[in-house]
Every structure is written in C-alpha cells, then in structure tokens.
Design a protein around this ligand. Sequence first.
Ligand code: ADP
Ligand code: MG
Length: 231
Amino acid sequence: RERAREILESASRRDTNRLGVEAMELLDAYGIPTPRGDVVTTPGDAEAIAEEIGDDVVMKIVSPDILHKSDIGGVEVGVSPEDVRDTFEDLVVRARNYQRDATVLGVQVQEMVDLDSGTETILGMNRDPQFGPLLLFGLGGIFVEVLEDNTVRVAPVSEPEAREMLDDIDSAPLLRGARGREPVDEDALVETVQRLSQLVTDFPAIVELDINPLVATPDGVQAVDLRLTLD
Ligand code: ADP
Ligand code: MG
C-alpha cells in the first residue's frame, strides 16, 4: 500500500492524469501478477531487458498521448533478441508519425504470455458519482467491443461476489474449459478481482482503470496491459 501510494504520488506530479504500462508496479504492489519486463528509454537498455528475459519479447510504446497502442502499430509481439534495437526505433517513429509532439516515456519490453492456453479477459473500474467504484469483468482482447460480455459490481466485493462475477458472463463456459480446453485458474481470477477491488477502494484518486487484457491461463493470471486515469 505504501509502495502504491508512492507510485501514484510521483505520477500526480507529472503533467498528465493518464497512466499506462509504466504504472504496472501498482498492480505488483497489490499482488496482481504482471509479466516480467520494464520500461526503457534506449535501444541498448531494451536489448539488456530482452537478454534478461532470455526469449522473444513483446515491445510497446509508452505514451500518455497514445491510448490504444496497437491502433498505431505501437505493439510488436514476438520480437526476437536480434530485432529488439530496430523495433525500439520503429516504435518511436510510429509514435512520432501519429502525433509529432507526443510525450514518449519510453518502450516497454515485456515477457511473452501464452495466449493459446489462455483467455483474454478484461478487469476494469469506473468511479460512478452516485454508486462509487464500479468493477467490470468480462471477455477481453479483441472481443470486448464486439461481444460486450461483461458484468458489473460495486466495490469492495467479497469473495463470493467476485466468484459470482465469473459465473455471470455468457463466456463463463469458455473459462471453465469448453471444447476440450483446459479450464483457467478460477481462484486466481477471483483473487485478482478482489485485489483490484481493494486497490480502487484504497485510492479514491483513481477514477478509471482498465486491465485489458488480463490473461487467464490454467496456471494463473497475468495483467498484460494497464491504463488508468487519476482525478
Ligand atoms: P493496446 O491495448 O494499447 O493496444 P496491449 O498491451 O493490450 O496494447 O496489446 C495489444 C494486444 O497485444 C493484447 O490484447 C494481446 O493480444 C497482445 N499482447 C500484448 N502484450 C502481450 C504479451 N506480453 N504476450 C502476448 N501477447 C501480448
Ligand atoms: Mg490493451
């Protein structure tokens, strides 16, 4: 909680109220699993992180001016170690082409998450003036807008309430292992819903937050992307 407060305080000293993957540590601080990785500002540092990860990586542009990174070519999945330097430059060029004066905080180099064995879900919060923090859970990734399969509860949520949210969505059978797929780790999902519930309850300054995707696999969950707004 102290760590989370520090992260939010240093963010509020910047001239934007929008945070992205550079604030992933906020999730770490609340025990929500995130892939290994870091945000770096030079191609050399990007290479060093990739070496540390020791496999192909995902690279993402980090900018408060770019809300949907993949829309502008700001996400490269499966980058091999020898392509990391060039990809760093490409991502920055694409950001500049999109908006010449965009604030670029750096590039995130992130461990790959196995999407084949996982399901992309979304876990978010919207602070309602009347009801307070509304937690949203649903099917994530590219399906969010198309299927609109989600459910909402007022935070804080109890364990049974969090579990109920998983049951509520139409795609629940997908999480439970439809069509011969291995079921995802439901307890890890429930735990993550509760941890986010705690985070947004502890910090009223967070007015909006989205983890999309939160990848649910048979072995647990991974928060792959983060976006939040402070008041
Ligand atoms: P944005 O939503 O801003 O476009 P994301 O970080 O969500 O950026 O990345 C877009 C998509 O790329 C994700 O929905 C996911 O399908 C894929 N992706 C992102 N990070 C990873 C990762 N670490 N491992 C595997 N796939 C990823
Ligand atoms: Mg995303």
